[in-house]
Ligand binder design. Sequence first.
Ligand code: ZN
Length: 510
Amino acid sequence: MKQMVCDQSVKEAWEKFKKLDEKITHYSSVTALLDWDQKVMAPKKGRQSFSNAIGTLKTEEFKLMVSDEMRDVLSVLSSSDAIEYLDEKEIAQVRERKEFYDRSKSIPPKMYQEYAVLTAQANDSWEEARDKNDFSLFKPDLEKIVEYNKKFVEMYGYEHHPYDALLNQYEPGLTVEKLDPLFARLREKSIDLLQRIQQSTHQPPAEIFEQSFGVEKQKAFNRYLLPILGFDMKAGRLDETVHPFAQPINNKDVRITTRYQEKNVRAALFGTIHEAGHGIYEQNISDEFEGTALLTGASYGIHESQSRFLENMVGRSKEFWTFFYPKLQEYFPSQLGQVSEEDFYQAINIVKPTMIRVEADELTYNLHIMIRYEIEKGLIMGEIEVKDLPEIWNAKMKEYLGIVPKTASEGVLQDVHWSFGGLGYFPSYSLGNLYAAQLLNTIKKECPDFYHHIETANFTNIQTWLKTNIHQYGKLYTPNQLIIKTTGEELNTDYLVEYLENKYSKIYQL
Ligand code: ZN
């Protein structure tokens, strides 16, 4: 029987929901701060017992999200009658909590607990396997993780493809059916372009970066750059970690990290611009979402589009360095004093198949992602077994990039994602590139002085456009709604293909 809902009961349920939503948001804000502290500040010896404390707090947060009280208020607020009483923002708030409730409630608490222990343990076995270059040390844990995920997929439910259930955790609404043709076209065009680049007689000068760049100078340059790009240092921080990341505590406290290597000036330079893109997104989410689940980015893919947009479409453009290269030369006169702006621009855009995803250029990066996507689908469908992964990995590297890793560490063991159970995560990175190129196409039309703003380091108009069209909305819209609202169409591979073709045709004189 359909539940009858009256005005009064909706009001009561809404009041309860609002308090619960806010309480959960406060918990996650605090656990986010603790996570950041573990990665950035905590002394090594204190980390273990601190982890236990964080675990306790996260369990309390989880209990609230799947509580009977949550079930009761959601059942009232998500009924078709209640929706008439709620506005757009309130409906989105309910949608977010309901999605999590439905998914998590399907997993028995005992299983959830076992999986949490397994993934914590797998982080160690993965690290050890990678350090010792021995896949067999990680294999038993990975086999268990894949088995759990096969079960989760059945519990979460899906319409067409089991992998959809995993994708949806990161990119709500995305399916294999939609993604396969996007990736197929991107792959075909990327491989064709890559071949032409490799055959070109013009190759940019790579030796520019085979020099030492003092770490203190790198830090100073990053601190000079961040506020100009639009990252508000009064609502954020920049720290150092081995693996750079962005951690929002709330929209006025967004913490990003970077890493400095003397022999690799590009890592900190573009790593910082990348994380700043994530950070600026979070800082510009509307204050009206404070204390709700909507105070974060629309999806992993949309988030990544903001970091890639700033890192690549802006930070690796010619116009960007028209302004900033003379400054960078001031910081590094002996290394770059004699290097022309054009050579520098070409060198930061060198395309070359390499083993490691995180170091890949804009073109080959997506091929790394497709390898992982194909493998994950195979694992979930039972078509690929974990024991065969090193061989399958190498075969796919050969097929997609034309190179074969010599060791498991530079092959199948390079990424942390599978150890924490993040199957379904990888496509977000390429989605980010696709969204970013589509947004670039729109911003160039709506903001005709786009490249002039970059060349004069005037980022206000660009950031205002991003804030107005993407950032302010937080999680109010689904990724698909957001991209249609902003660009007038669904995600379309053509924009990235066109962007890559134009950019590299000039650099490689194709
Ligand atoms: Zn990112």
